[in-house]
Ligand binder design. Structure first.
Ligand SMILES: CC(C)(COP(=O)(O)OP(=O)(O)OC[C@H]1O[C@@H](n2cnc3c(N)ncnc32)[C@H](O)[C@@H]1OP(=O)(O)O)[C@@H](O)C(=O)NCCC(=O)NCCS
Length: 415
């Protein structure tokens, strides 16, 4: 079996060979407020703030966290180290990393007061993201420091949530399967323990490493809808739990984090590589969007998909059913990219291959979007705190196009 780090290294090589470019520091510049920019519907291209957290270059297909290429982080780092990087803007020293990991370990267990809620809430009957949203809100109610809006206290909440999201999502997964939640095992990496708490099985080292890479790749991505939602909520000096709950709510939708689950439904609906052409033709005729393709920012191949594609291939080799899904996906990618790649800049995004990876690990599709949240809580937190340091409440404008001077008619006289 090819070594995972080698697969990631090759993915990077291929990406930069194909685009014939590597991240260029001269492309990033500071701005002067007020800034002039052309804004499309959905705030397309609107500039919200300056940031040192992450850089996405859509036309080139680059994704950088605090100056470090995500290809390199995927190959060499861990989710824990990447979380530190995003929160503090630099890689930790050995001592800083040991302290950070010790803190994460301390926070992994949930407070015992949450247990009655895990038992009584209708978690099985609801979307897994709804369960996550509700439980994070309850964790906020159980945290005596939740309303301290200082940078220090909010950073502590984010670290707590980076540690606890896997435990909460693990519990949701187990409850949905009719099993009891498992307690965290802080001797394991966050990624390995997360799989164990979801599936009830100790993952192989390969699965744990691939999950680690998935968590690294999903951790931050500019001012996407859920990150913006978190930042908007915190800009009123509300509290970090409210911000994270907003992020979860936004990520749930199929146009954002919900796409990974939708992709697997699509692949299962197609059912056979021989049926891909017919399915795509019908889909185009009905003007349906193909889940897992397209992006507001990337008009080139999403670098995260470049890593996840060969990892999906690797993990799919162990199960013929998963291999079939992978074969369908590859064929669909060729069709969509051939049709819309050059014409519309539509390529596979992060969600296209992640579902196959998780399915190969034996994870239920309902948990795919919560896995995204387990990682993205880092970006929500890092960017919200960065913005808080120079906070100004978000308050954009609309353009009123309704009538003016409508006469008030008493209700009895209305037709
Ligand atoms: C991600 C997404 C919401 C971005 O939306 P957007 O920036 O508003 O882009 P648009 O919907 O305006 O798309 C631009 C063009 O590309 C086409 N396009 C974009 N994504 C497409 C897809 N997944 N399948 C087919 N065509 C697509 C659109 O039809 C549109 O074509 P038109 O100019 O003929 O109208 C959109 O690509 C999408 O819905 N993708 C599927 C859901 C998904 O995978 N989401 C996860 C994102 S990480």
């Amino acid at each position: 079996m090819p070594h995972i780090e080698e697969i990631v290294r090759k993915a990077k090589e291929k990406a930069y060979q194909e685009t014939d470019s590597e991240p260029d520091p001269s492309l990033t510049t500071a701005i002067q407020w007020p800034v002039t920019c052309e804004i499309g519907p959905g705030l397309e291209d609107a500039i919200t703030c300056e940031s040192k957290v992450g850089y996405v270059n859509g036309p080139k297909g680059w994704l950088i966290y605090c100056g470090l290429d995500t290809f390199d982080l995927s190959q060499k780092s861990s989710f824990e180290e990447t979380a530190y990087l995003l929160l503090y803007g630099k890689l930790p020293t050995l001592k800083e990393f040991e302290d950070f990991k010790a803190k994460l370990s301390k926070y992994r267990a949930l407070p015992s007061e949450i247990e009655p809620y895990l038992e009584r809430l209708p978690i099985r009957e609801n979307h897994a993201m709804t369960g996550l949203r509700t439980l994070v809100s309850i964790l906020g109610m159980l945290d005596p420091d939740a309303d301290d809006t200082s940078v220090e206290a909010q950073t502590e909440v984010v670290i707590k949530m980076i540690a606890r999201f896997p435990t909460v999502v693990g519990a949701i997964s187990r409850i949905r399967a009719g099993e009891k939640p498992l307690a965290p095992d802080p001797s394991q990496s966050l990624a390995a323990d997360f799989i164990r708490m979801m599936t009830g099985k100790q993952p192989s080292p390969d699965d744990a490493r691939v999950m680690d890479i998935c968590l690294i790749l999903h951790a931050d991505h500019g001012i996407n809808a859920s990150t913006f939602a978190s930042m908007v909520v915190n800009s009123s000096m509300s509290d970090m739990y409210s911000s994270l709950v907003a992020g979860i709510g936004s990520l749930k939708g199929p146009l954002h984090g919900g796409a990974n689950e939708a992709v697997l439904h699509t692949l299962e609906e197609i059912g056979d590589p021989a049926k891909v052409d017919g399915w795509y033709e019908e889909s185009r005729a009905k003007k349906r969007k193909v889940m897992g393709f397209g992006h507001r920012v990337y008009k080139a191949y999403d670098p995260r998909a470049r890593v996840l594609h060969p990892l999906a291939e690797l993990l799919s080799q162990r199960d013929p059913e998963i291999r079939k899904l992978y074969d369908i996906a590859e064929k669909l990618e060729k069709l969509v990219v051939g049709d819309l790649g050059a014409k519309k800049g539509v390529f596979p995004n992060v969600d296209f291959y992640s579902g196959i990876v998780y399915a190969a690990m034996g994870i239920d599709k309902a948990m795919f979007t919560p896995i995204f949240a387990v990682s993205r809580v880092t970006g929500w937190g890092a960017r919200t705190i960065e913005y808080l340091k120079n906070n100004r409440i978000f308050r954009p404008q609309d353009v009123y196009v309704g009538p003016l001077r409508v006469e008030y008619v008493p209700i009895q006289e209305r037709g």
